[in-house]
Design a protein around this ligand. Structure first.
Ligand SMILES: [Zn+2]
Length: 592
């Protein structure tokens, strides 16, 4: 790591993890830990913990964990050096600019400059004769010149290398064009323009940088929409298109639409709070980012089956996000031939106008109302059989609501819709709640009774080959993290003796740091180990360890590692009987 160790140690010492986390997540003290709702997965009861003594966070739900730097990396979606920079700024420390970090920054700045220059080039193409077809398309969509300028729309030309030639002419090399996702490599290794004959929409992040592009074909060619591939600058799952403008909207909410072009049309029509994801899949990360900028989100996806499905999925993701969610369902449009047509926000504005959209927005319904109305459409409430099915599904939906008032209000609505007495609905909801609780308890019992399953890390990449040795290796790492002087007891242990490579690496890193007199605090491994590995380490630390008997415990662990090692050397590993026995032992094995 090119950022000096001493700087990192000072930084970690100055940035108390409970303070940093508390900036993002409300925490309550319970025992020696602080608890809150996990910012990385959806939940209703806190399983996210911060341990101020060890300066770590760990979520018992999604197994994310690490030190203060990795928390900021996850939360702000930043690479290591940027997370360090942010924390340095927070604690008033001057960031040393040296080596790798400087290079990294320079490279990032080069790619950003390239994207900006490409956007400018695409924009200028609109005035060239070769860009006429895209200009016409913009005219057909009734986008005004000031809108085109504000969103930086442009045209990629119907040719293989015009962007390449222009950017190489500006001093960028081909590697940079590839890295920015603006060029692709052909069979012979020669490069060609990734975007051709398309309407180009630069994707601008919250800092105002062009991080990538999305584009639409104008001649019916496939794919209709094409995005920049994942690059160091462009991560699809965390980009919210239009948020750079929408974040300063005076309207009290954000409107989430399906298409990037819908965002532009809505902004032009005065709805400067419209945003979209890149593609319709909404992620937890999107939800987190959105909740930072608004308290109310209106989901307004297309009114076809795909849009409804996307709405259902989005509501699932947004269920526990810290914002109130509404759904705006656009009516279908009757075409000239009398057929009902699908309609997106763009069509709606075009045919019904902005005032009508404003009215729709005002009438957008709470997400529970939306789901209930979906159910009403699904069933024929005149038929007894369907009414029973409706009641079941509605009760299931309402049973997960936390507030008894909400349960009653929506329960009454469901009762009225189906013509059933509110008491029956309410008792059905209670029955479902009971079933949910029993299901949850059973699930917990099952995991508690399956120790081998518990031993295995959830992440496939970290699966253990030899659970018995792995448990002991975990023990060694845990002891070293708790008391590094115990390394004295493990003089003979080498990285190669570990069956789990990442535990071996961790052990080696800790030993090195200890020998050089540096901090062996787990947070110091942030950025060196992967996020999954950090999560696994914080999980390992949660298991109880009797430190007062640390030396004996270390000796026991070393003994197991050694025995297992000998067994493997004897070829025991390939013996299925032995493997089966190992599994059984591992299942029964319990540490103090
Ligand atoms: Zn979590």
């Amino acid at each position: 790591m090119a950022i000096p160790e001493r700087f990192l140690e000072e930084l970690v010492a100055r940035c108390d993890i409970s303070d940093v986390v508390a900036d993002y997540v409300p925490l309550t003290k319970k025992g020696s830990n602080l608890w809150g709702l996990c910012p990385f997965h959806s939940e209703k009861t806190p399983s996210f913990s911060v341990n101020p003594d060890r300066q770590i966070y760990h979520c018992f739900g999604c197994n994310k964990g690490g030190g203060v730097i990795s928390f900021v990396m996850e939360m702000e979606n930043l690479p290591f050096p940027d997370a360090v920079r942010l924390l340095a700024k927070r604690s008033g420390m001057e960031m040393p600019e040296t080596g790798e970090d400087g290079d990294f920054r320079k490279r990032r700045e080069r790619l950003l400059a390239l994207n900006r220059d490409a956007a400018r080039y695409y924009y200028e193409n609109l005035r060239k004769p070769e860009g006429a077809s895209v200009s016409e398309y913009i005219g057909k969509r009734k986008l005004l010149p000031q809108t085109v300028k504000r969103f930086g729309l442009g045209a990629s030309l119907d040719a293989w290398d015009t962007l390449l030639t222009a950017m190489v002419g500006k001093g960028y090399d081909k590697r940079e064009l590839l890295d920015a996702g603006l060029a692709a490599a052909g069979k012979g290794g020669s490069l060609y323009d990734k975007f051709r004959n398309r309407l180009m929409l630069p994707v601008i992040d919250l800092r105002g940088d062009v991080v990538g592009f999305t584009s639409r074909s104008i001649d019916g060619s496939e794919p209709k929409y094409l995005n920049t591939p994942e690059t160091p600058l462009f991560r699809k799952r965390s980009v919210v298109y239009g948020l750079n403008f929408a974040k300063s909207s005076k309207r009290g909410s954000l409107v989430l639409v399906e298409g990037n072009l819908d965002v532009i049309t809505l902004h032009q029509a005065g709805f400067d709070n419209a945003v979209a994801t890149m593609g319709t899949v909404l992620t937890d990360e999107h939800a987190r980012i959105l909740s930072r900028y608004t308290k109310e989100l209106v989901v307004c996806y297309d009114n076809d089956d795909a849009g409804k499905e996307a709405t259902r999925r989005a509501l699932g993701i947004l269920k526990n996000a810290d914002l109130s969610v509404k759904v705006l369902q656009l009516p279908r449009r009757i075409g000239e031939d009398g057929k009902s047509l699908k309609q997106d926000a763009d069509d709606f504005i075009k045919y019904q106008g902005a005032a009508a959209f404003e009215r729709m927005l005002g009438g957008s319904v709470n997400h529970i109302d939306y789901r209930l109305s979906e159910l009403e459409l699904k069933y024929n409430l005149k038929s007894d059989e369907d009414r029973i099915a409706y009641l079941k599904e509605a009760a299931e939906l309402l049973a997960v609501l936390q507030s008894p008032v909400e349960r009653e209000v929506y329960g009454n609505k469901a009762a009225a819709a189906a013509g059933i007495s509110p008491e029956v609905v309410s008792s059905e909801i209670k029955r479902m709640q009971g079933r949910n609780i029993r299901g949850e308890r059973k699930k917990q019992e099952r995991t508690a009774l399956a120790p081998t399953a518990q031993i295995q890390p959830k992440e496939r990449a970290l699966r253990y080959q030899n659970p018995r040795s792995a448990r002991a290796e975990e023990g060694v790492v845990r002891l070293v993290l708790l008391d590094p002087t115990l390394l004295r007891e493990a003089k003979s242990l080498e990285k190669e003796d570990f069956t789990v490579p990442f535990l071996g690496r961790t052990y080696e890193l800790l030993r090195q740091r200890w020998e050089e007199g540096r901090s062996t605090q787990i947070g110091m491994l942030d950025g060196t180990l992967t996020a999954e590995e950090m999560g696994r380490l914080t999980q390992i630390l949660q298991q109880p360890e009797a430190l007062e008997r640390g030396r004996e415990a270390m000796a026991d662990y070393l003994d197991i590692i050694d025995t297992e090692h000998t067994k493997r050397a004897d070829g025991g590993e390939t013996d299925p009987l032995l493997a089966a026995r190992d599994k059984k032992i591992a299942g029964q094995y319990k540490y103090r």
